[in-house]
Design a protein around this ligand. Structure first.
Ligand code: CTP
Length: 448
């Protein structure tokens, strides 16, 4: 009996897939089909597969062509499978030509002609692309543009920037076509916003009233009342208003949260997060609102507060803010530390654009602790450590695009499915604004 094996994602099963499976089956007597697991696809950079693993398996099963279906979960698994299932022929479409020649050491390798004119990628984008506009004055916009190409469904259609010096050529050219914010809104379905934080409110209000969806660099506003007003408008207009904190979407950080919540270090008693990045104050332009308003607490506060609020909740008993301001620019904090007290835990965050420190995250529990080395906010690695160090465990997860592509994917899904797919709850979003508002009004705050 000749045993044949083939692999694929089989998302939105189409005619090309069926033709391939038929020809694969005809090569032998018994066909094994390997369907890729969601995590494996993500590691390979296929991030917006639309159907779940179960749905994809069911679709392959329904063709009646597979004698056996297996799941492909890790790189290198094909060699294992070929040995384990006693495979004689490995086959795959010609788009992979040459890529699997290394399997010739284990069985025969046959590349079958790919069917022209159909692919899952095309089917995924068959529905109209959503038009995204970029707003603000930050080099982060360049990253958003680059990362948008990894998510089928977005098309960058315009840029509105009051100062385009930090934009690369492509975006600078696009920004030339939208002289006003309203001009840009005419061309897009949604915007990514990173203006000076005090300006967020104004931009968001205009955009929401025009029915546009918004992904906004956190904090969404500087005042809780403004936040509430905007969320009400978003609800009324049925539009999405989402916080952007890319760390929330980084795979390692997300997995770490799940582990910490599943009692792996016992009860969590302390969360300590530090985020610093020294600014170049020689180019500090006091006329550039974006530069002066993205002070330490606005730039880093939302990220540093994220693990605290996600692990301990937002119902802290008290907080103490200690801040050190710039001499000639009193709105700009060079360094800020906030300590929180919870009923059964404590937390601290330290942020600085004028002070440098070790950017680590430590989550302490009654059985052990989680250590994330600097820069923890874009980590691909963390450790769970115990009293007995032989029990320590290290975890690695590839960090693609600093989390931005997953964030853009969640934003897209929220718009298309009219459901909230944000990893940052409203409660956390508004609690971040509250902390910044208190800092601004010097509530619970000591100046040093
Ligand atoms: N395939 C094919 N003809 C097509 C599309 C796919 O023969 N038009 C084959 C692939 O070569 C592979 C198998 O079907 O052997 C599964 O492919 P998969 O990657 O799941 O499908 P694609 O449509 O290529 O998906 P994507 O667009 O996401 O790359």
């Amino acid at each position: 009996m000749i045993r044949v094996i083939t692999y694929g994602t089989y998302d939105l099963l189409h005619y090309g897939h069926v033709r391939l499976l038929k020809r694969a089956k005809a090569l032998g007597d018994y066909l094994i089909v390997g369907v890729t697991a969601d995590t494996f696809d993500r590691e390979r950079g296929k991030i917006n597969v639309q159907q779940s693993l179960i749905e994809r398996i069911e679709a392959v099963r329904a063709t009646g062509l597979a004698d056996e279906i297996i799941i492909e979960e890790y790189e290198g698994q094909k060699i294992d499978d070929i040995k384990r299932y006693n495979v004689d022929i490995f086959t795959v479409g010609s788009d992979w030509k040459g890529k699997f020649d290394y399997l010739k050491d284990y069985c025969k390798v046959i590349y079958l002609n790919r069917t022209e004119g159909v692919s899952s990628t095309e089917l995924r984008t068959e529905t109209r692309l959503l038009r995204l506009g970029l707003v603000g004055e930050s080099p982060i916009l360049n990253k958003i543009e680059r990362e948008s190409h990894f998510v089928n469904g977005w098309e960058i259609c315009g840029v509105y920037s009051q100062n385009s010096s930090s934009l690369d050529n492509k975006l600078r050219k696009l920004s030339g076509y939208s002289r006003t914010f309203e001009d840009l809104l005419e061309k897009v379905d949604a915007i990514y916003l990173i203006s000076a934080p005090r300006e967020h409110y104004k931009f968001i209000k205009i955009a929401l009233e025009k029915g546009k969806h918004i992904l906004c660099e956190s904090p969404i506003t500087m005042e809780v009342n403004q936040w509430k007003e905007l969320k009400k408008i978003a609800f009324r207009r049925r539009t999405i208003l989402m916080d952007s904190i890319k760390t929330a979407y980084s795979v390692a950080y997300y997995r770490l949260l799940l582990l910490a919540k599943s009692n792996i270090i016992g009860d969590i008693v302390s969360v300590d997060a530090t985020c610093t990045s020294l600014s170049d104050f020689s180019v500090f332009d006091t006329n550039n609102q974006n530069m002066t308003e993205w002070n330490s607490i606005c730039s880093w506060g939302p990220t540093a507060l994220l693990p605290i609020f996600q692990l301990l909740g937002t119902n802290y008993l008290s907080k103490n803010i200690t801040t050190h301001l710039m001499d000639n620019q009193k709105d700009f904090d060079l360094f800020t530390k906030i300590s929180f007290v919870y009923p059964h835990a404590v937390a601290s965050m330290k942020v600085g654009r004028g002070v440098k420190s070790e950017g680590e995250l430590v989550i302490s529990g009654t059985k052990g602790y989680i250590y994330v080395p600097a820069p923890w906010w874009k980590t691909d690695y963390f450790e769970v450590r115990y009293e007995n160090s032989s029990e320590n465990k290290r975890y690695f997860y590839q960090l693609e695009g600093e989390g931005i592509r997953y964030e853009l994917l969640s934003f897209l899904k929220s718009i298309l499915q009219k459901r909230d797919f944000s990893y940052i709850s409203d409660r956390i979003s508004v609690s971040i604004v509250k902390v910044i508002e208190d800092y601004e009004s010097r509530i619970d705050t000591t100046l040093i």
